[in-house]
Design a protein around this ligand. Sequence first.
Ligand SMILES: *Cc1c(COP(=O)(O)O)cnc(C)c1O
Length: 368
Amino acid sequence: MSSSHDIPFIDLKGQYAALKGDIDARIQRVLDHGQYIMGPEVQELEQKLQAWSGADHCVTVSSGTEALLISLMSLGLKPGDEVITTPFTFAATAEVIVLAGATPVFVDIEPETANMDASLIRAAITDRTRAIIPVSLYGQPADMDDINAIATEHGIIVIEDAAQSFGAQYRNRKSCNLSTFGCASFFPSKPLGCYGDGGAIFTNNTYLAQIVREIRVHGQSQRYVHSRIGVGGRMDTIQCAVVLGKLTRFDWEIEQRIAIGTRYNAMLDARGVDRIKQRSDRTSVYAQYTVLVDDREKVVAQLTREGIPTAVHYPIPLNRQEAYAPLSKGGPSPVADMLASRVVSLPMHPSLDESTQFRIVDALARVA
Ligand SMILES: *Cc1c(COP(=O)(O)O)cnc(C)c1O
């Protein structure tokens, strides 16, 4: 199934080759000082990310999932409380709602962007609703101003699942600084990744920032003083050092991602291939570059034969999953069902060149 012309889906090896000197030196410094947990790189990264995002506070945590869980835990949810989210996402988004003791309520998505349809949220709100978790899917924020306005009306909070969108902008504000909480993931394949698991919580609320800091270390307000239930949710010093190294060219990578995504858009439009659309008041960092096809099985098989890897984000909406169906709420999600059967993601990374993109689009257009 592979040939010498195989194209990587993402290119972490090429990125490491470009940054090797700096990343190796940063990791070595951690090995030398030996503060593997909560070493100086943790605070250095939190300060840099906080400044970069424009949010008042950044708290690094052990993964994107943990960022979402800790944010929800800070709200003190009770059984029966409801959290509204999208069924068209990675399972972590809804998993944490259940783990935090609440009920996921799924609302459908928009057909153009695959993001939560803000016009459906009001009908899903009850007196038990405590939070809304929109996902900035594929790297593009949802209609955050509309979602925040609805939340404010009802006195509930908004947590942006920004696992795929760190680096994107919405109306000139950065993803992760668009609502009460923004939750980033530094899983290796995300736009800003480390070499293991990592994540971060962003907020402008000083009180909630303090609470999530305590939850991150077993609910401690001081050493061995446990004021609340917490988790072991710290991000390793070595992983923070890796992200610090990657940050040195992250602005360039974002520019590249946007240029490459825009080039895909033009090539696909010219060949009449349907795709996820981007709104004009925001950017996408294209964590995934995703197109829509009718016969996905045939398309994937043909691209595989031509050495072009693909992935499906996501084949089954969460409201249809065995684990979630019995303990979630929400009506049918026909748009999520439709997109789940049609989406396929193409190779995407900051060094993807035009001729490779042309080869990918040409192969796709011939079979789609
Ligand atoms: C990757 C991802 C997560 C989870 O992040 P981890 O760092 O892998 O725990 C959550 N939500 C979405 C939408 C994701 O893509």
